[in-house]
Design a protein around this ligand. Structure first.
Ligand code: BG6
Length: 369
């Protein structure tokens, strides 16, 4: 069933173009308008939503953090992202105008389920973004948007993560369409850009040997840092999580802007640092700010492993290695930029002789609080 791959995880990484394509399938009508048929929630309720809170755990929570950037931009609705177990035990400000989005691959994570129950008790509408049909979280939610990643076997989530991000983009574009916060042609354009993503992921997979080789050369590493900014921040966090989960290496993700406020003290000779560089085509000159970060850490001895967009030559003078990924609209970039980090963790763990599908101490679905 591994289809010739060394592990389920490796197979699932390669399933990602399909997982994204399948999650996008059948989402438009003949006029090209987005339709989320399976949502089963009253449009009037969605029109009056004034706040969105995403609740999730682990990798699914990083999908939520990516969603925040896109949904706020497209819909002008404030989006909070909270770990489900933290949400549940504080006194969150939630009412009938709050849309709580629960993101879960399994649909069975107890922490997330408890957050769903808590939100509904407070009168919120709960929408589940879930991969497993018939699971508990969608059953207990008001609405559901299924990801179509197919069954995910490896404990560490990969294709479900990409499908969760894809589904949350669909939700954002759908809300923008419903509430009129974006022009129809802008929504159609973003949807068309999403449809082009599977091909771009495939290009990253086809070029994977470079990152695999780097991973194999780093089997002795004891600490790896990850920096990212804007949507690259949750990508950095996810890259660090994958490495902890699979290779048992101390790994931390940081917002690149935070570097000078603390983490730069960690940089010493030979410290490997992955940097997820924003597109040079983006607004707000984030690109040049992250390039400066790379310079700063390199000057202090860091080994810089850079993920950048094809054609971004500005990174070359400061990168020990560059992993280029195809050009992508800024908000959609995580769907391609996280892939080298998944491959890196999987390959490094394999090089250490570890079981990447069943890492120690972890379970695929945690059904206790
Ligand atoms: C963890 C899994 O325990 O649960 C992670 O090991 C996963 O891979 C997290 O991201 C959340 O799981 P789910 O099923 O709610 O997405």
């Amino acid at each position: 069933e591994k289809g010739g791959f060394a592990s389920f995880m490796d197979k699932e990484i390669h399933d990602q173009p399909q997982a994204v394509a399948d999650t996008l399938l059948g989402r438009t009508d003949l006029e090209g308008r987005l339709v989320l048929d399976d949502l089963r929630v009253d449009e009037a309720v969605l029109r009056q939503v004034d706040k969105i809170i995403v609740v999730a755990c682990g990798t699914a929570a990083y999908a939520g953090q990516v969603a925040k950037y896109a949904i706020e931009h497209w819909c002008r609705i404030p989006v909070e992202v909270e770990l489900a177990h933290e949400f549940r035990y504080r006194d969150p400000v939630v009412d009938a105008k709050t849309l709580v989005v629960a993101v879960s691959q399994s649909g069975e994570t107890m922490d997330t389920l408890m957050a769903v129950r808590h939100a509904r008790e407070q009168g919120a509408t709960v929408l589940a973004i879930v991969n497993t049909h018939g699971s508990t979280i969608p059953r207990e939610s008001d609405a559901v948007l299924y990801t179509h990643a197919g069954p995910e076997v490896a404990v560490a989530s990969t294709k479900a993560f990409l499908a969760q991000i894809t589904a949350s983009y669909l939700l954002g574009l759908y809300l923008a369409q419903l509430r009129g916060t974006k022009f129809p042609d802008e929504i159609a354009e973003s949807f068309a850009a999403l449809r082009a993503i599977p091909e771009k992921i495939q290009q990253v997979l086809d070029a994977a040997e470079q990152v695999r080789e780097t991973a194999r050369s780093m089997a002795e590493a004891t600490s790896v840092l990850f920096l990212g900014r804007h949507v690259g921040f949750p990508v950095a966090m996810e890259g660090a999580l994958k490495l902890k989960e699979l290779a048992y290496i101390h790994a931390e993700g940081f917002a690149a802007g935070e570097l000078k406020h603390g983490p730069i003290a960690l940089i010493e000779e030979g410290q490997p640092v992955f940097v997820v560089v924003p597109s040079p085509r983006g607004r707000h000159s984030l690109h040049s700010k992250v390039i400066s970060n790379i310079q700063e850490i390199r000057a202090r001895g860091a080994r810089t492993l850079v993920i950048a967009e094809e054609g971004d030559e500005a990174v070359l003078p400061f990168a020990d290695e560059v992993f280029f990924v195809p050009q992508t609209p800024v908000l959609l970039a995580p769907l391609v930029s996280v892939v080298p980090l998944q491959i890196f963790a999987c390959e490094l763990a394999t090089a250490k002789g570890l079981d990447v599908d069943q890492p120690r101490n972890l379970a695929k679905s945690v059904t206790v609080e």
